[in-house]
Design a protein around this ligand. Structure first.
Ligand code: NAP
Length: 257
């Protein structure tokens, strides 16, 4: 039980990596606050945790909306009295070279992927500061470190999240709050399935290309990222501060040809 007695808030936990992490955290003893935009998806995660005997509470909120986030944090604090771990996971995909990206699409991805990290952090941090304890995990991506074709808007947001993580760490270290980032490679989730359909005439060829890009020869699984999140959430990572953690099948530091 690596997260025994910890209260964890995971944004975007109705699908993919967020859901997988919620399940893993609950198995490790955490009380998991499952957030998502879509109630049906979040409730499914909540039900899956409870059916395995875990502790979960779904709270619907839009991470881009201050009132919605404030309400979610107030309810979580009301239920549990504290939040030990915040996993800023919610995010959306964006496709296109810079000249192909429409202004509205640009604003939308920045809104979800950057403002959606800023707002939950802004409203959870005062509670962590008061208790002088906390771990914040921000979802970046390996695309923050390497150039990938036609990912301009997405890469800009994930680079911003990595930079924000380092700044946050400096500001909150004296409150015993750790802030680290996850940098996954390509992980097989509904997000990637949608991306493949939207970006490639032949999604199978796209999938084969991604497989070749990672030294593992295949995509990662949501559980691979969940295990890394578990490490950052637990006290085992107490000496990790402001760091990127790569779970990318070698995409950043390896080269496949
Ligand atoms: P996913 O399956 O699409 O899950 C993302 C979840 O976030 C969805 O349930 C989505 O809800 C939710 N969400 C979106 N906008 C939200 C909002 N405004 N408020 C609350 N929840 C919101 O995607 P995933 O692959 O698990 O990705 C999770 C995170 O990992 C993202 O930040 C992504 O950028 C990052 N990541 C993914 C990969 C990968 O290869 N999969 C690689 C690197 C990084 P709705 O479906 O209802 O909109």
């Amino acid at each position: 039980m690596r997260l025994c007695n910890k209260v964890v808030l995971i944004t975007g936990a109705g699908s993919g990596i967020g859901r997988s992490t919620a399940l893993v955290f609950a198995k490790e003893g955490a009380s998991v606050i499952v957030n998502d935009l879509t109630a049906a998806a979040g409730e499914e995660t909540e039900a899956a945790i409870r059916s395995e005997g875990g502790k979960a509470l779904f709270i619907q909120a839009d991470v881009t909306d201050p009132a919605s986030v404030q309400k979610m944090v107030a309810r979580a604090i009301g239920e549990y009295g504290r939040i030990d771990v915040l996993f800023n996971n919610a995010g959306i995909s964006g496709v296109g070279a810079l000249h192909e990206v429409e202004p509205d699409a640009w604003d939308r991805i920045v809104r979800v992927n950057v403002r959606g990290v800023y707002l939950p952090s802004k409203y959870v941090l005062p509670h962590m500061m008061e208790r002088r304890n906390g771990s914040i995990i921000n979802m970046s991506s390996c695309v923050a470190e390497i150039g990938l074709a036609r990912r301009a808007s997405y890469a800009a947001t994930k680079g911003a999240v990595l930079a924000l993580t380092k700044s946050m760490q400096v500001d909150y270290a004296s409150y015993n709050i750790r802030v680290n980032a996850l940098l996954p490679g390509t992980i097989l989730t509904p997000f990637v399935e949608k991306y493949l359909k939207e970006s490639y005439d032949d999604p199978q060829a796209g999938l084969d290309g991604i497989r070749r890009r990672q030294l593992s020869g295949d995509l990662g699984l949501p559980e691979d990222v969940a295990q890394a999140a578990l490490f950052l959430a637990s006290d085992e990572s107490k000496f990790m501060m402001g760091s990127p953690l790569y779970i990318d099948g070698g995409a950043v530091f390896g080269k496949n040809a």
